[in-house]
Design a protein around this ligand. Structure first.
Ligand code: UGA
Length: 432
């Protein structure tokens, strides 16, 4: 199948690479010529395990192309995938200006029947808007719009796409349905066929539910701390019930990233506009933010309430999660300024996100290694659950620190082991 993908961000690029890997012919369009050149050379603008190998091999096989010319790219395509960004407006709602511009451009260049499918996360009703934006520009040319939201995670995007457990197809015609089923045939996945609005809603509902699981287990953790129970065991027990499931019950410092914070906000706005005020999702957001504050309170408590003025705090981990350099809505961006406002000096280290972090955290000192960051520090805080941190030599860590205080926002270590090694160790929802 011949496919044109508009937008080479996370969703567009990963989809393009994976569609070509399973045998489709894909042309990815981006108006940023520098990005297009970089991609042609097989270099990925995003950090994602496995992406560059596929970028190179599929270009060599002639199944993957990059261009800044949308008219040319869509001429031969049967399917056009819209995967441009939907940043948040000031009020939290999704900004559709990129989608609108692309839809109008598609309308202008439409010379034969095509299915235009949206992969970007868009509020319910956007598919219908896209239809009318295209209609305004395409004259009498026939086309169909469809919705096919993306469920991949950063850091495992290629794996998630190649092994997708479901594909939601929001369609308005059999012709569009058949084409999208054909697109997904090589993926061996469960296909759910529905209407546009239901498909669009399924993405918000899924992300908001996962965010809810995280805030829920964080609240359980906070009560566990008061009552000397262990949240990791509680989560294990809960997760063994297939009705609950074990995923996303990892207590910590709350979710970050480019999706959950933005999508929960947009969901709330969407409800308001539709005349229904969501109650659970705003609470999920509140718990999420307070979880960051609680971590700072933990380090303050470790110093006996004497304040953080002049204390040197090593922060290990900056990215919103491991295996990415993405700093969007990363908990570190809330936690580090709180520490600095309280008078602490922060020395930070992240295996790959430091370059990205520097623009958001201008007053932080960055170190070349975790050892350098913790050397002489009064306390260390773990913010991202990188494997490098889970595996670090705890005896060495103790030697490097000026005082053996460890505040663990990701439950990386065993409390008893830390106690036996002589650390002051505080984590999330477990004994101190
Ligand atoms: C999320 C969803 O998992 C994807 O299904 C979805 O497609 C994507 O958003 C999107 O809308 O594009 P992502 O933001 O890449 O993916 O990252 P996740 O792995 O879901 O992690 C999100 C945040 O939740 C991270 O900060 C992570 O540390 C946190 N988290 C996750 C927890 O605090 N506890 C957990 O148990 C799991």
């Amino acid at each position: 199948m011949k496919i044109c993908i508009v937008g080479t961000g996370y969703v567009g690029l990963v989809s393009g690479v994976c569609y070509s890997e399973v045998g489709h012919y894909v042309t990815c369009v981006d108006k940023d010529m520098k990005k297009v050149d970089q991609l042609k050379q097989g270099r990925s603008p995003i950090y994602e395990p496995g992406i560059e190998e596929l970028l190179v091999s599929n270009q060599q096989k002639g199944r993957l192309h990059f261009t800044d010319d949308l008219a040319e790219a869509m001429r031969e395509a049967e399917l056009i995938v819209i995967a441009v960004g939907t940043p948040a407006n000031k009020d939290g709602s999704a900004n559709l200006s990129f989608i609108e511009a692309v839809a109008k451009e598609i309308g202008t260049h439409l010379t034969s029947y095509k299915v235009i499918v949206t992969k970007s996360t868009v509020p319910v009703g956007t598919g219908q808007k896209i239809k009318s934006w295209i209609q305004d520009y395409c004259g009498k040319m026939a086309f169909d719009v469809a919705s096919n939201p993306e469920f991949l995670r950063e850091g495992s995007a290629i794996y998630d796409t190649m092994n997708m457990e479901r594909a939601v197809l929001g369609v308005e015609s059999k012709r569009a349905e058949d084409l999208l089923v054909e697109l997904h045939r090589p993926f061996d996945t469960k296909i759910v066929i529905t209407d546009l609005a239901t498909s669009e809603m399924s993405k918000y509902a899924s992300n908001a539910f996962l965010a809810t699981k995280i805030s829920f287990i964080n609240e359980v953790a906070n009560v566990c701390e008061q009552l000397d129970a262990d949240v990791t065991k509680v989560a294990e027990v809960m997760g063994l019930d297939p009705r609950i499931g074990s995923a996303f019950l990892g207590a910590g410092i709350g979710y970050g990233g480019s999706c959950f914070p933005k999508d929960t906000q947009a969901f709330i706005q969407m409800g308001e506009r539709a005349g229904y005020s969501l109650k659970i999702v705003p609470a999920v957001e509140k718990v999420n933010f307070e979880q960051r504050e609680r971590l700072v309170q933990k380090v303050e408590r470790a110093f006996g309430g004497a304040g953080l003025k002049g204390k040197q705090i090593a922060v290990l981990g900056l990215a919103f999660k491991p295996n990415t350099d993405d700093m969007r809505a990363a908990p570190a961006r809330d936690i580090i300024p709180m520490l600095m406002t309280a008078g602490a000096n922060v020395v930070a280290y992240d295996p790959i996100a430091m370059k990205e972090a520097a623009s958001y955290l201008p007053h932080v000192t960055f170190s070349e290694s975790w050892r350098e960051a913790v050397c002489g520090a009064d306390a260390v805080m773990f913010i991202t659950d990188w494997k490098e941190f889970k595996d670090l030599n705890l005896k060495e860590l103790k030697q490097e620190l000026a005082s053996p205080i460890v505040i663990d926002g990701r439950n990386l270590f065993e409390p008893q082991v830390m106690k036996d090694l002589g650390f002051y160790y505080d984590s999330i929802g477990r004994m101190k």
